[in-house]
Design a protein around this ligand. Structure first.
Ligand code: DGI
Ligand code: FE
Ligand code: FE
Ligand code: FE
Length: 187
């Protein structure tokens, strides 16, 4: 068996069937974007397959990992939405044996984005948002944009997600605001 099959085995065991199907759709979209934007297909595949690996872990697991890896103390004030990428990347590294920093950074950045993002990271951020199972107003528009102007599509997603979060009256992660200021504002 190849490395993709081994990875699929481990990831599928860590996730519900529904979420694993999302992961496979993210991989499909990430591969299409990688071809379009000349990013290595294997890196895109691995990043997509592992991006939500930690999503179903307990809060206790994440808090233990933050302590163990001496990550930013402020992280303890957040929750699964933020942890599963930023802290989850540590679990992907240790438990799945993935050491490639570009992949780990793409996983870390897949929910909130970041001021500096590689093309691989932009692709994962977009593939997670526009995979074939996603349905929201504007999804067709932003799917087209991701293949037309990748950076503009990152800005589009960030502005729309932030607008949505504001209607939900939830706390905004500072990194989300930094991403907005970098990618969504006319310069
Ligand atoms: O893991 P997925 O469901 O595939 O998607 P995701 O990792 O991109 O997003 C997970 C959730 O995180 C999504 O419901 C939106 C939310 N989120 C993104 N940025 C922020 C946030 N939630 C809060 N409270 N604050 C943020 O800045
Ligand atoms: Fe996620
Ligand atoms: Fe996302
Ligand atoms: Fe996801």
């Amino acid at each position: 068996t190849g490395s993709r099959e081994l990875l699929i085995d481990k990831v599928s065991q860590a996730l519900s069937a529904k979420r694993f199907e999302h992961v496979l759709r993210v991989e499909e979209m990430a591969l299409q974007l990688a071809e379009k934007w000349h990013v290595d297909a294997e890196l895109a595949s691995i990043a997509a397959l592992t991006h939500d690996y930690a999503k179903e872990r307990s809060d206790e697991d994440f808090l233990r990992e933050i302590e163990k890896k001496q990550l930013d103390r402020d992280l303890i004030n957040w929750g699964n939405n933020i942890w599963h990428g930023v802290v989850g990347a540590e679990m992907v590294k240790d438990e799945l044996g993935i050491a490639h920093e570009d992949i780990l950074n793409a996983i870390r950045q897949h929910t909130t984005g970041a001021t500096v993002m590689t093309k691989l990271s932009q692709i994962l951020y977009m593939a997670d948002y526009i995979e074939a199972g996603r349905d929201f107003p504007g999804v067709e528009e932003v799917r087209t944009l991701a293949f037309d102007d990748l950076a503009a599509s990152v800005g589009w997603q960030t502005a729309h997600t932030l607008t949505f979060l504001l209607t939900q009256k939830v706390t905004i992660y500072p990194g989300t605001l930094l991403t907005y200021n970098t990618w969504s504002v006319d310069k």
